[in-house]
Design a protein around this ligand. Structure first.
Ligand code: ZN
Ligand code: FE
Length: 274
């Protein structure tokens, strides 16, 4: 028997709590928050106030902070959060991180206090030299390394380092949810379509992303499978990507095969001026 009370009906709709909740910051950053009981863990809090507001509203206490790299839009809120909360700070040992008490180099397995989950720490240099990603089955926090349909700029590392980091992330299971730190997907998709205009999955993704953004919703998380199908930086061995780079004069020779690193390097340089 259906109830006239819409609240009663909505209780029947299965709802799965998302693994991480986006807290928007600045123009296009996402601070990701995981909750377990009354505890919360945040990833890359570039600003403190939106996190403090969320914690107060949801009556949560912050127990740990995960930092992917040293840029201010990823750690600028740490000092103020530590002034108000007793949280442990995980982050790259190789970079200058405020309040860092759990320095990491990659290869560790961490158990942030307040969560039941353990995370593998992946070294993903390229955007910065100490950049880390945090992974557990089904879930990846990758900062500014892999974006929706794109990748981070090479501020500190070489194309070879970034290509190896992206290959490492692309090798994770297809159903891994990719929580990157910026809402850059639509701009990245414009570039991806310039590279591979005939990719039907890419065309579908562009329509999906436009619909989400029109409703003010995030396009993130994506999945590793979707990135492998649509992200040109993970597709440097695809004939269509090689042909597009070659047509722009970014590659020597005329073969339909090419050194994937040369393709990646040319793609990244093209995107920098796109
Ligand atoms: Zn950055
Ligand atoms: Fe950033």
């Amino acid at each position: 028997m259906l109830s006239a009370n819409p609240q009663a009906n909505s209780a029947a709709i299965p709802s799965v709590a998302p693994a991480a909740i986006p807290i928007p910051a600045f123009r296009d950053n996402y601070i990701w928050l995981m909750r377990h009981g009354a505890s919360a863990v945040v990833v890359d809090p570039g600003a403190a106030q939106p996190v403090l507001d969320y914690l107060a509203r949801e009556r949560l206490s912050l127990t740990a902070i995960l930092i992917t790299h040293h840029h201010a839009d990823h750690q600028g809120g740490v000092a103020e959060l530590l002034a108000r909360c007793a949280a442990e700070v995980f982050g790259p040992a190789a970079e200058s991180i405020t309040g860092l008490d759990r320095p990491l180099r990659g290869g560790e397995r961490i158990r942030p206090s307040g969560l039941e989950a353990a995370f593998d720490v992946l070294p993903v240099p390229g955007h910065t030299l100490g950049h880390l990603a945090y992974y557990r089955p089904g879930l990846l926090f990758c900062g500014d390394t892999l974006f929706g349909a794109g990748c981070g700029r090479l501020f500190e590392g070489s194309p070879a380092q970034m290509a190896a980091s992206l290959a490492r992330l692309a090798a994770l299971p297809d159903d891994t949810a990719v929580y990157c730190a910026h809402e850059y997907t639509e701009a990245n998709l414009r570039f991806a379509l310039a590279v591979e205009p005939g990719n039907p999955e890419l065309q579908r993704r562009a329509r999906d992303a436009a619909a989400l953004r029109a409703e003010g919703r995030p396009t993130v998380p994506s999945t590793i499978g979707l990135e492998r199908a649509t992200n040109p930086f993970l597709r440097c061995e695809e004939a269509a990507v090689i042909a597009a780079v070659r047509e722009r004069g970014g590659l020597e020779g005329r073969n339909s095969t090419a050194d994937p690193l040369a393709v990646f390097t040319a793609l990244r340089a093209w995107k920098d001026v796109f």
